[in-house]
Design a protein around this ligand. Structure first.
Ligand code: SF4
Length: 371
């Protein structure tokens, strides 16, 4: 198996069968060796730096019904919320003071946050904080809408493909969603010029090593700038409530393989990893990750953005999260840095030259009910 690691490190790709055999090995020595090599690669590309992104979960309303997701449309137990423009800008203001230079606007596919409204918000953030990057993570849309947001100043887009295996995709999503459309969105985003993030769940119900190998091959083909992977964690109000969590070891091993395959990729140690193990994020960084995404959302809404059970950091103020993370990374031998944290070799774009005034916030009572 070490010869396969040699090959991956040398050629940055393996066949699907080779990836699958590595994943089936479940060999702790092999996993430690992969982490050691992945850490050496990330130190060559990024030193001991850990980039931070300020995550703003601005709406938990979603028109979709993904079977694994705690805020899926059919979960009537969720208390729905939408942040207003003013609340989001206040999160950015605080985040900028704390040293964040990337804001990740994440939410469900919310019809009340339409394309123009999001574009206005992006323009305002890029105008008010021109030294910051804006990442959007708001699901599947048309190419025209992605172009609108790119022209408004959004430079990065996160859209996990969740699984590259078409049959597996259909077991995780309702019939109206398709793996073809998800992949088309990723290719559209890349074609427009975004720094694109893809990714998948590890240990999702029914997943096999062959399917994970397919995910790795898809990532090689897509060549994304970011890859977000995290263990599957069930949510008690979903059809997958009784399914087991994904494993820490397999997630860490996959992080290492991704670092060896895509040496300069931006690779988060996710909150889900921190949820399944008290030192999950530190272990993720040691296995090759180089990004963390602490939460900047108001504490009053954090628990309402529960994609899975037991999510960590829902009660801490943003400043506490920032300090806690810096201390955790320092204890693991890494350092949180202030900066946009672009992918090595990527250029930043100039801020949008046509700032738009903010529209009045849309606030009506239905904003806070189930949609
Ligand atoms: S995973 Fe995303 S698109 Fe699917 S239901 Fe949850 S928030 Fe909506």
């Amino acid at each position: 198996m070490r010869t396969l690691l040699d090959k991956l490190e040398r050629e940055h790709r393996l066949s699907k069968a080779e990836f699958a055999s590595l994943l089936r090995a479940r060999d702790p020595d092999l996993e430690r060796e992969a982490a050691r090599r992945a850490d050496a690669v990330r130190r060559r590309c990024y030193g001991a730096d850990v980039y931070i992104r300020g995550l703003i979960e601005f709406t938990n309303c979603c028109r979709n019904d993904c079977l694994y997701c705690g805020i899926r449309r059919s979960n009537a137990h969720v208390e729905r919320y939408r942040l207003t423009e003013e609340q989001i800008l206040s999160c950015c203001r605080e985040g900028h003071m704390l040293g964040y230079r990337t804001f990740v606007l994440q939410g469900g596919e919310d019809p009340k946050w339409g394309p123009e409204r999001i574009a206005d918000l992006v323009r305002t953030i890029r105008t008010d904080w021109p030294d910051c990057a804006v990442t959007l993570s708001v699901g599947e849309h048309s190419r025209a809408v992605y172009q609108l947001w790119f022209d408004a100043g959004a430079e990065r887009y996160l859209l996990r493909h969740e699984t590259a295996d078409d049959a597996h995709y259909r077991t995780l999503h309702p019939p109206e969603m398709s793996p073809e459309h998800r992949k088309k969105c990723l290719w559209d985003l890349k074609d427009i010029g975004y720094q694109v993030g893809a990714g998948f769940m590890v240990g999702s119900p029914g997943q096999t090593e062959e399917q994970l190998a397919e995910d790795l091959c898809f990532l090689y083909e897509l060549q994304p700038d970011m890859v977000g992977i995290g263990p599957f964690i069930p949510h008690h109000d979903t059809p997958f409530r009784d399914r087991p969590r994904g494993s820490l070891e397999q997630t860490l091993f996959l992080l290492s393989l991704i670092r060896l395959m895509l040496p300069t990729v931006l690779l988060p140690a996710t909150t889900a990893l921190g949820t399944i193990h008290p030192q999950g994020r530190e272990l993720g960084i040691r296995a090759g990750a180089n990004v963390c995404m602490p939460n900047l959302s108001p504490t009053a809404v954090r628990e309402k953005y529960a994609l899975y059970d037991d999510k960590i950091c829902t009660g801490d103020e943003s400043a506490q999260c920032r300090q806690c993370l810096a201390a955790r990374m320092a204890s693991a031998g890494y350092q949180v840095v202030v900066g946009r944290g672009d992918r090595a070799g990527r250029q930043e774009r100039a801020p949008c030259p046509h700032p738009a005034p903010l529209r009045p916030a849309h606030r009506d009572p239905s904003d806070y009910k189930n949609i």
